[in-house]
Design a binder for this molecule. Structure first.
Ligand code: NAD
Length: 496
């Protein structure tokens, strides 16, 4: 008997505490990158739907900002065990739509929970300061107040974590929030919002609108949106920053990357190889902190080249849901095509393909978007690849005679998200930490991802703005400072 395929889920929006069917004319198929199977359809919501979400957040704001911080964090305390209980279920959804392995998905969700934990400290972190007697009988107070409606626009590569760089801090400081997930991975966000619904948050405090660039433009232009948090590629980050600023909004926009690692000859080569391999090929190279260029110094060239080639060739590539798989596919067939054409361009421009991951055969997964680990050796400094973010499992190798020459590669890069050094020399490490032109630094670390209580930094074209995501920067970003200078008649004088 023929089986009947289940109907394709149409992903709803979440507005004012209700799941609403989008009236979008255009819907995108959401496919499992490992199998090509269509999982759902995501709406490209229009400006009117975005306006509904913003109005819902605006209506919830007056009551929410008056809710004591202690009460505002209670839903986050409830959310933490819910997320912990649901990690496996969430990881499965995430792997199905994004392609990364279950282990990677679980690790990502752990970072989301960490941000929830940190935001629970807002009654302490949001405090202002005061000073009595700035002049005789006059006191001065600095208070932090929430902004109003704030929005976050996020990328496809960490759908479980990146919304949590923003949402917990935004609402705990008293703002109301609109999330625009990546239109390529809307299912993790949908599940996260189902879980948020169980925490008792009042209607309208958190909202979600699915969509693409029209939805983004609607958020950027809506007069009631006070602040925009963005994570994605550099051209879009720059555009979002400029348009948000032109509309008088506060903006923090994290962009793309091309992360360099320097390997000195005194590094522990076994550990170095394993860590750099994880960084370059983990999440199929689709991490903004993935090592993308390895600069070997002196005799590290030969030792590291041989060991990384062997490690990369041995990685088990396949469906992230399957036991033992160490690397999944890239997100879309277009992404696969782009990665493969950049490898070809590197070859044409003079690089040697030391390990070629193009057109792999993954049994039972012929329709998946797989590229196996690839290593390009001797990429010329002047080639197009030097400055192009590949965002796939491709490690480029270049060589330098000493640390000065190696650091010059980093100086030339237009990006500054992360830079790492592998060495056993404290002096080299200190020099690197001091001079490396990037916002996140790893010393014998391949993915220098800041914990939630540190800002997620980023320099040069990897970040547009001043205040970063996470930790104290998030509190600063989501609050306005108000200064009060007070004089009272002596008998009513305020005592702090
Ligand atoms: P992307 O720039 O294509 O999309 C990001 C968001 O912008 C999505 O929500 C998308 O809908 C929206 N968008 C896309 N094109 C737009 C346009 N023309 N106008 C308005 N909005 C638009 O990025 P992606 O492919 O989803 O994610 C990968 C990129 O994100 C990589 O460049 C990666 O380095 C970067 N990233 C950076 C960080 C960081 O912390 N710096 C973290 C994760 C990812």
């Amino acid at each position: 008997m023929a089986t009947i395929a289940p109907p394709i889920t149409k992903v709803p929006n979440y507005i004012n505490g209700h799941w609403t069917h989008s009236s979008a004319r255009e819907w995108l198929d959401i496919s499992n990158p490992a199998t090509g199977e269509v999982l759902a359809q995501a709406p490209l919501s229009d400006a009117a739907e975005v306006a509904d979400a913003v109005e819902s957040a605006a209506a919830a704001f007056p009551e929410w900002r008056r809710t004591p911080p202690e009460d505002r964090i209670q839903p986050l305390f409830k959310l933490k065990p819910i997320l912990e209980e649901q990690v496996d279920d969430l990881a499965r959804i995430l792997t199905q739509e994004n392609g990364k392995t279950l282990t990677e998905a679980r690790a990502e969700l752990r970072r989301a929970i960490e941000n929830v934990e940190v935001a629970c400290g807002i009654p302490m972190m949001m405090q202002g300061c005061n000073l009595e007697d700035v002049a005789r009988g006059i006191d001065e107070i600095m208070i932090r107040q929430p902004l109003g409606v704030v929005a976050a626009i996020v990328p496809f590569n960490f759908p479980g974590m990146i919304p949590f760089w923003f949402l917990p801090y935004a609402i705990a400081t008293g703002n109301t929030f609109v999330l625009k997930p990546s239109e390529r991975v809307p299912l993790t966000s949908r599940r996260l919002f189902e879980l948020l619904e169980q925490t008792g948050l009042p209607r309208g405090v958190v909202n979600m609108v699915n969509g693409g660039k029209d939805a983004v433009n609607a958020l950027l232009d809506h007069p009631k949106v006070r602040a925009i948090s963005f994570v994605g590629s550099t051209p879009v980050a720059r555009y979002v920053y400029e348009r948000a600023a032109a509309n008088g909004k506060r903006a923090q926009c994290q962009g793309g990357a091309k992360n360099h690692v320097i390997v000195l000859p005194d590094a522990d080569m076994k550990m170095t190889t394993q860590i750099i391999g994880d960084s370059a090929f983990g999440c199929a190279g689709q991490r903004c902190l993935a090592v993308s260029v390895a600069v070997t110094v002196g005799e590290a060239q030969k030792t590291f080249r041989d060991s990384i080639r062997e490690a990369a060739a041995s990685l088990k590539v396949g469906n992230g849901l399957e036991e033992g798989v160490q690397m999944g596919p890239v997100i879309t067939p277009q992404s696969r095509g782009r990665v493969e054409s950049l490898i070809a361009a590197g070859e044409q421009q003079g690089a040697k393909v030391l390990l070629d991951g193009r057109n792999p055969k993954i049994p039972r997964h012929e329709a998946g978007n797989f590229v196996k680990p690839t290593i390009l050796d001797g990429v010329p400094a002047t080639s197009e690849l030097t400055d192009t973010e590949i965002f796939g499992p491709v490690l480029s190798m270049v060589h330098a005679n000493d640390l000065d020459e190696a650091l010059a590669f980093l100086e030339r890069s237009k990006y500054g998200n992360q830079a790492s050094l592998f060495t056993s020399s404290g002096a080299s490490a200190r020099r690197f930490r001091y001079e490396a032109p990037a916002g996140n630094i790893g010393i014998n670390i391949g993915v220098a991802a800041p914990m939630a209580y540190f800002p997620f930094s980023g320099w040069k074209d990897s970040f547009f703005g001043v205040l970063h995501a996470q930790g104290r920067d998030a509190i600063e970003f989501y609050t306005d400072k108000k200064i009060v200078v007070e004089r009272w008649a002596k008998e009513h004088s305020r005592k702090f």
